[in-house]
Design a protein around this ligand. Sequence first.
Ligand code: BGC
Length: 273
Amino acid sequence: MSTMQSPAHPLAGQRALVTGGSSGIGAAVARALAAAGAKVVVNYAAAEDKARQVIDAIHAAGGEAMAVRADVSQEDQVQAMFSTMLEDYGSIDILVNNAGLQHDAHFPDMTLKDWRRVLDVNLTGQFLCAREAAREFIRRGVVSELSRAAGKIVCMSSVHERIPWAGHANYAASKGGISMLMKTMAQELAQYRIRVNSIAPGAIRTPINRSAWDTPEAEATLLSLIPYGRVGDPPDIAQTAVWLASDASDYMTGATLYVDGGMTLYPGFRTGG
Ligand code: BGC
């Protein structure tokens, strides 16, 4: 273990960017990375007040963080965000490519606008942020006091990189794309000691899927898809992100960790087949 790290603060001295860090899974990831010792840039697209709440919570817990606005689908805004981060924090060690959204529609009614917006944010946004991070990781190289890797990229995918999802063709396609983007980056960037992995969350209690759990009837239907018998909470994912960003996972690259209470285990076959 290198000098700055401790079991309680495995990310001490490191600098992390969490896209879409103002709510849901992203907010929990930002807080967990800060608790693990990283300085965190909390990216948000519009909700400045929510980003501010995340920053305030991190500061109250003794951590360091700042909020930076950028629409991750826009190249100029992504580049401006990285410039701000590199100026203020000196470099970047961890990128959590988390920003994502849903614009659901029955397939015959899906508009090109809805298709493009979801692909632009969920997939192109991950490409644009990962490219900027990779450039800085390669320029700087390994700093052995901080980490065995020159940089770590964690892509927030979904069980829907594997499970087809009626009514969500744009979203499922974006997550399927993330699967191959992540693996290709992992293969290509390993030579620079850059690790790239994904987390594929199942149903996590956040605003993106509120209608799936906010009534007892909806939650019961959702639970029929989750063998472990509970809806996930953001910290379930945040702890996985901390581990993937730390040297505890130093030999792991190109992997997708399904954190889904068994949603990808074909729950229909528990009683059938
Ligand atoms: C979606 C949620 C959904 C979950 C499981 C996630 O990727 O964003 O809306 O509840 O997958 O289906």
